[in-house]
Write a protein of this length. Structure first.
Length: 279
């Protein structure tokens, strides 16, 4: 007599709490990006509709015309060359401002040096970038030093304020406990001071970098023979609004890419330990 052996039932698939959290994050990310892309489609659609219907296309070129112009400028080499010039100036100027800002922020912990630097930092924070752009344009003209010095004067104070406030907020009890256990200066700085200052430093970098972008382009508009600002000025003088809007959109795209992709990725990677602590 033949017998049939029934296969054992498969155990139910269990979904861990970690899988549920990961799925919720993925769904939230997809929803966020969906609405973000919908916003771009909506505004580009309104822009395209307004061009040629509500306003003359010569005064308001549509997105399709701007994209065609971008392809032409890219093929001619104007876009890579202009962005390379502007980004080089930003890299040099912001690097100098970063180290100057950190140095001044550390020195301001001394009450005498705090009085020495305080008004200069206040002036740096409150003065509009337009003032520095005009001043450096008058003094340096088309020379490369103009935009670089304008970046330093505009952004170093932001880094100084953030670093100074970060140092003041270091928990004294934690530092005293490390000293009582004979923890060396190098280890104290590495495990207490630097991790505590990291959020303040990243905030200063992201905020200062966005200002450096604007000041550099503004300075190039007033006095430069190369760069994004120079190309914008040339396009307006020749009444080529399609090229002017192309440079504006290219500027926005690169600025968003550097802030949302590059800087955010570095910040997320640097602070990945926060997620480990929460889990």
């Amino acid at each position: 007599m033949a017998t049939t052996l029934d296969s054992p039932p498969k155990p139910p698939v269990r979904t861990s709490e970690e899988d549920l959290v990961r799925a919720a994050k993925r769904k939230n990310r997809i929803t966020t990006w969906g609405w973000r892309l919908a916003g771009y489609v909506f505004f580009l659609g309104v822009w395209e509709l307004a061009s040629g219907n509500l306003m003359d296309e010569r005064l308001l070129p549509g997105p399709s015309t701007v994209f065609e112009t971008f392809g032409r400028l890219w093929a001619s080499g104007d876009v890579p060359g202009a962005f390379a010039t502007t980004l080089t100036r930003i890299a040099i100027g912001f690097t100098i401002a970063f180290f100057v800002g950190i140095g001044v922020g550390v020195l301001m912990q001394n009450r005498f040096l705090n009085g020495f630097f305080r008004d200069a930092v206040t002036i740096g924070v409150t003065t509009p970038g337009l003032i520095w752009a005009l001043l450096t344009a008058i003094i340096f003209g088309n020379r490369t030093a103009g935009p670089i010095i304008a970046i330093v004067l505009t952004t170093f104070a932001i880094i100084t304020v953030n670093v100074s406030e970060g140092i003041k907020s270091i928990p004294k009890d934690l530092n005293d406990m490390a000293k009582s256990f004979d923890v060396g200066v190098v280890k104290r700085n590495r495990h207490i001071v630097l991790p505590h200052l990291a959020p303040f430093t990243f905030t200063a970098v992201r905020f200062g970098f966005s200002i450096a972008w604007k000041v550099t382009v503004l300075t190039e508009v007033f006095a430069a023979s190369k760069g994004i600002g120079f190309e914008m000025r040339t396009a307006t003088q020749l009444f080529r609004l399609d090229e002017f809007l192309t440079w504006i959109l290219a500027f926005y795209f690169v600025a968003l890419f550097l802030d949302k992709v590059v800087l955010e990725s570095i910040e997320r990677r640097f602070f990945s330990w926060r997620g480990e602590l929460k889990s």
